[in-house]
Design a binder for this molecule. Structure first.
Ligand SMILES: NC(=O)CC(=O)C(=O)O
Length: 274
């Protein structure tokens, strides 16, 4: 199929894990009823984005959250990009996205590679590395439609990673994320857009809705951008689902008419994955 429908569930994440899981399920069911083939959840969707909550909610794989996503993907016969959760593995915790196919099978998982350690004076200080270990591999999964790259939030700021995914054949790049009210207005829209334009991919940013009851105020503004940089779906802060059609023939046309990937000067520079 050269066209398919993507749904981004911008869900309001609360302190209640069960409520979050039930909400994610409800939104995915709604996305399916609207004809979506792929549903995407935001970064850290089963608990608040705080050190204490993430440590408490951490689960091994397979575990409660991933079992529920897998069963739902199978029941609805759809793809689910499971935002991310705190994944416990041996004595470490990772910020991990689990991606399920329509048989409920695990297609891949991405552990956030770049941890969000920032200190913008008077605005926001956050040190993800207090909780998480960094992942070490680039994630591109095969689907019946195309290859899809998955990276998490701060990862999107590293253009080399996005380019490597495109070079590995990704035509869609999905970014479960939780930008905030300082960096979001400054960088979110432009960053997602330029990753789409540079790599001539559909780029999807999936944020939680903004929850003013929580300590971390997610930016929201989930969006789907096409390979020419056009916003095909977008929202603001509130809880909602946005939908967009992914058209792989259009992507091919953009790549033919404006041949960026083909015209790289590989004789002069290279990008290696260590
Ligand atoms: N939360 C993140 O990982 C990244 C973010 O908010 C930003 O890059 O800004």
């Amino acid at each position: 199929m050269r066209k398919f429908k993507m749904a981004v569930c911008q869900m309001l994440v609360t302190e209640d894990k069960e409520e979050n899981l039930a909400k994610a399920e409800k939104m995915i069911r709604e996305a399916k009823s609207q004809g979506a083939h792929i549903a995407v959840l935001p970064e850290i969707f089963n608990c608040p984005y705080s050190r204490k909550a993430m440590v408490q909610a951490a689960e091994t794989y397979p575990g409660e959250t991933t079992n529920r996503l897998s069963s739902l993907a199978k029941e609805l016969s759809m793809y689910i990009v499971g935002g991310s959760i705190a994944e416990k593995s041996h004595d470490k915790i990772y910020n991990t996205s689990f991606i399920f196919g329509p048989l409920g099978e695990l297609l891949g998982s991405h552990r956030k590679m770049h941890l969000f350690d920032i200190d913008i004076k008077g605005k926001i200080t956050f040190k993800e590395s207090d909780v998480f270990e960094a992942g070490e591999k680039v994630t591109v999964v095969d689907t019946e439609f195309c290859k899809i790259g998955v990276a998490i939030c701060f990862d999107v700021r590293f253009p080399e990673l996005m380019r490597i995914m495109a070079l590995k054949g990704a035509e869609v790049i999905i970014i479960p994320a939780a930008f905030n009210t300082t960096t979001g207005p400054a960088h979110w829209h432009d960053t997602i857009k330029i990753r789409a334009v540079d790599n001539q991919v559909y780029c999807i940013g999936a944020s939680p809705a903004r929850n003013l009851q929580s300590n971390y105020h997610a930016y929201g503004f989930s969006t789907i951008i096409d390979p020419f940089g056009k916003v095909i779906a977008a929202t603001k802060e509130e809880e909602t689902i946005i939908y967009g059609e992914i058209d792989l023939d259009y992507l091919e046309k953009v790549r033919e008419e404006l041949p960026l990937l083909k015209n790289r000067r590989k004789d002069l520079y290279t990008l290696t994955e260590l």
